[in-house]
Design a protein around this ligand. Structure first.
Ligand code: OAD
Length: 245
């Protein structure tokens, strides 16, 4: 893999790097992406039937069970070399802001210290009425179980289509776009807004925009550097070339 010199120089000199990740970085951990043909979740299921508040109203039991099976897959998965390269990057640059659309928690398990989750985390549970997170609830046959505080149904702590992003996470992500020297968009189809706007915001604020993805996306035409390959191969190579042992 040829890593362009401009990227190496910019990374070595960077004060602040923004890494913006999507489902593609977890593909090599065995977790399905959303939009890859054949294997993506949304090539098999309709998002409006599984990932909207209306779907939860209609079939809370089915939605709970679907997220429970995804949670099991996530618990069985391990961080891969792509995740670990972002830990190495965090140790190398003065400041790394890691913004993820992923709900699998693998960046945290790999060891990144501060991860901004735009779409929540499916290993957490919250009340469907209040926004409060819930850690434990009494054993019950009911699916989904009820909130121990208010009795409403429990739901996964993820953002569904039609819902707003957590404001603090969004504001922190936008602030990072305005301050970073390099923005790396990794393993995302860059079609789900508002998250998909972040790389362009960073580029408009003067950052070098780097895309890492085996397939072209809407970002590819205007990225400054395109590294067409798998995150688990490209990211370790970038770190190795920028900071040889
Ligand atoms: P997508 O499934 O839309 O895109 C995954 C991207 O990863 C594609 O562009 C693939 O080409 C790329 N990819 C696949 N394998 C890869 C690898 N080994 N290395 C690098 N890239 C690889 O996933 P997201 O962009 O994350 O929303 O999707 C955005 C949002 O849509 C998700 O957060 C989710 C979904 O609906 C919510 O859950 C709210």
């Amino acid at each position: 893999m040829n890593i362009p010199e401009i990227l190496i120089q910019k990374l070595r000199a960077a004060r602040h790097v923004l890494a913006f990740t999507g489902a593609g970085i977890s593909a090599e951990s065995g977790l399905a992406t959303y939009r890859d043909p054949q294997t993506g979740l949304w090539s098999k299921f309709l998002p409006q039937e599984l990932a909207t508040p209306e779907a939860f109203q209609r079939r809370p039991d089915m939605i709970w069970a679907w997220y429970a099976s995804r949670r099991q897959a996530v618990e069985r998965a391990e961080p891969n070399p792509g995740h670990r390269a972002l830990v190495a990057l965090e140790n190398r640059v003065p400041r790394l802001t890691l913004v993820t659309q992923n709900v699998d928690g693998l960046h945290q398990r790999a060891g990144n210290r501060r991860v901004i989750e735009l779409h929540g985390n499916l290993t957490r549970t919250r009340c469907s009425e209040g926004a409060h997170r819930v850690e434990t609830w009494p054993a019950t046959e009911e699916v989904p179980p009820r909130c121990p505080v208010c009795g409403a149904r429990l739901r996964p702590d993820v953002v569904w289509f039609g819902e707003t992003l957590p404001l603090d996470a969004w504001e922190a992500a936008v602030a990072a776009t305005q301050d970073c020297d390099v923005c790396m968009a990794i393993g995302t189809s860059a079609v789900v807004r508002p998250a998909a706007l972040l790389p362009e915001l960073a580029q408009k604020s003067g950052a070098l925009l780097v895309e890492i993805n085996p397939e072209p996306t809407p970002l590819s035409t205007h990225s400054d550097v395109t590294l067409a390959g798998k995150a688990g191969e490209v990211l370790p190579a970038v770190v190795r070339v920028a900071w040889p042992a």
